[in-house]
Write a protein that binds this ligand. Structure first.
Ligand code: NAD
Length: 275
């Protein structure tokens, strides 16, 4: 277990959840999974497939118990059908969902948004990074307990580029704006059923997805230097926020975008010499 996990506890005991988006040990989904597991959650993992299995399997196995892994390419309905069918067959239900999936082509994550965004690239970023949450939420909610039996919870991952212009983030910022709006619409639809739906807006973190963005290193440095805490966003902080939102600690919280970025989002002007 990594040192980004809080001491073991029982906040998620008796809860079963699907974690979508582990690619390797640096994935935000993996940080969240470890935190939830340490609190007693039982986890299923969906991963994109192909080569990824050899990186994902040892991680899942390191949690102990009976590893539950399914492939799910979110652009493929048959693959999503099979993933949720496997969960239904094995568990008969689901208490929570973690969605930590995004993709845009490298050529569209640099330079001019206006000039570099193609129709295909726009559709692909929207499909994988925003619609996939709508689709997964529909499927997951069908397996969640009634409100009287505890309802359910879902969390998606977003970034400040949804709200403000961030150089090179481009089409992904537009997709994240759609993801955040989708999170609110889904939260309203599923609220009466006792299902809470929230998003975490994390500061820049060193992952595979971040490596695809031109100037990622500068984004990381600025994210720290301009932040209120003067530190990088930590996996511990992001996973802790997920634990809050997915456990009963987060009761009454839904439709929210929770910023976990060392305070960066609230800074209007970076430090000036006269301070
Ligand atoms: N790293 C950051 O700085 C940061 C900050 C804020 C939000 N986020 C968001 O966090 C989430 C997780 O990203 P990460 O940074 O952990 O990177 P990551 O590369 O580890 O995770 C992205 C995941 O998306 C999956 N994916 C892409 N296309 C898919 C498809 N068609 N079907 C199924 N899965 C697919 C990949 O396999 C991978 O597991 C993303 O939504 C990302 O935008 C990241």
């Amino acid at each position: 277990m990594s040192d980004t996990v809080f001491p073991a506890g029982t906040l998620m005991k008796g809860k079963r959840g699907l974690v979508m988006g582990v690619a390797n040990k640096n994935s935000i989904a993996w940080g969240i999974a470890q935190q939830l597991s340490a609190q007693g959650a039982e986890l299923a993992f969906s991963y994109q497939g192909g080569e990824l299995e050899k990186r994902v399997r040892p991680l899942v196995e390191s949690l102990g118990g009976d590893p539950f892994m399914v492939t799910a390419d979110v652009t493929d309905d048959a693959s999503m059908d099979a993933c949720f069918e496997a969960i239904k067959d094995k568990w008969g239900g689901l208490d929570f969902l973690v969605h930590a999936i995004a993709f845009a082509g490298k050529d569209e994550l640099k330079g001019s948004f206006t000039h570099n965004t193609t129709r295909e690239g726009f559709k692909r970023a929207m499909d994988i990074s925003a619609f996939s949450f709508v689709d997964a939420a529909k499927r997951a909610s069908a397996l969640m307990p009634s409100k009287e039996d505890g309802g359910g919870a879902m969390v998606s991952m977003t970034y400040l580029g949804a709200e403000r212009v961030v150089p090179n983030y481009n089409v992904m910022g537009v997709a994240k704006a759609a993801l955040e709006a989708s999170t609110r619409y889904i939260a309203r639809d599923l609220g009466p059923a006792g299902i809470r739906v929230n998003a975490i807006s994390a500061g820049p973190m060193r992952t595979l997805a971040m490596a695809g963005i031109a100037g990622g290193k500068t984004l990381m440095k600025t994210g720290k230097d301009w932040s209120m805490l003067k530190e990088d966003t930590t996996m511990e902080g992001v996973a802790g926020a997920a634990l809050y939102l997915l456990s009963d600690l987060g009761k009454s919280c839904t439709g929210e975008v929770l910023h976990v970025d060392a305070g960066f989002h609230a800074v209007g002007v970076p430090d000036i010499d006269e301070l």
